[in-house]
Design a protein around this ligand. Structure first.
Ligand SMILES: C[S@@+](CC[C@H](N)C(=O)[O-])C[C@H]1O[C@@H](n2cnc3c(N)ncnc32)[C@H](O)[C@@H]1O
Length: 204
């Protein structure tokens, strides 16, 4: 039985540590990536979607450092903002309500212990904030290599958060030939011959 997470109050969350981004982008779809690691997905995604803006957030110094280095070695990508911050802090305070079109959570740490349920994104009260900043029809994409995590996320996102399941895909490609891995973790899991699960949910 799923327990309804407690209400979420963004005011109880400490302010972001990163520098202010300036005015929120208007007249262009805005997407956010949570825990982007060393930045393979954000760089490819922003480069192939020049008509959108992506804020890609990573909190560890080490991974963010690799992301920054990758950006330095790359021709400038004007529509990509690399944010070195805790995604909970940044998302709690920066994006206006109903201002975001897509949120990516690719291969989050699964925290498999039962007592760590409240560290999994779909079970966190913070999910209320993510849903609030999504535009109606906006999409949350979650990828994982753990079938139990996919099952739990599918259940929470539909039953607790009342989102519609709009994508439910298995990715299995040990050759790495048909499917181009979108992120470092996706590449690692596919090469090991594991199945990955990609779920998409939309705000009704
Ligand atoms: C398993 S890695 C996946 C990285 C990348 N998305 C990929 O698929 O290769 C999870 C990432 O989420 C980051 N992360 C976890 N919690 C975070 C938070 N609250 N704010 C920002 N980043 C976070 C971790 O530091 C880590 O880099």
């Amino acid at each position: 039985v799923i327990q309804q997470p407690r209400p979420f109050d963004p005011k109880s969350v400490p302010l972001p540590r990163s520098s202010p981004i300036g005015p929120w982008p208007e007249h262009i779809p805005v997407d956010i990536e949570i825990g982007c690691g060393s930045g393979l997905h954000p760089i490819r995604y922003a480069s192939s979607h020049p008509d959108r803006v992506l804020f890609a957030i990573e909190h560890t110094k080490e991974r963010f450092g690799k992301f920054s280095q990758r950006l330095t070695n790359h021709p400038p990508i004007a529509n990509l903002y690399a944010i070195h911050d805790d995604a909970v802090r940044w998302i709690s305070h920066v994006p206006p309500t109903e201002s975001v079109s897509r949120v990516f959570i690719l291969y989050p740490n699964p925290y498999p212990m039962a007592k760590h349920l409240n560290r999994r994104w779909h079970a966190m009260p913070f999910m209320q904030r993510i849903i609030k900043l999504l535009k109606p029809g906006g999409k949350i994409e979650i990828a994982t290599n753990e079938v139990w995590y996919a099952n739990e996320a599918r259940q929470y996102m539909q039953e607790v958060w009342k989102l519609a399941l709009i994508e439910d895909k298995e990715i299995y490609d040990p050759s790495g030939e048909q499917f181009k891995a979108r992120s470092h973790f996706e590449r690692k899991y596919l090469k090991r011959g594991e199945t990955c699960y990609n779920l998409g949910f939309s705000k009704k």
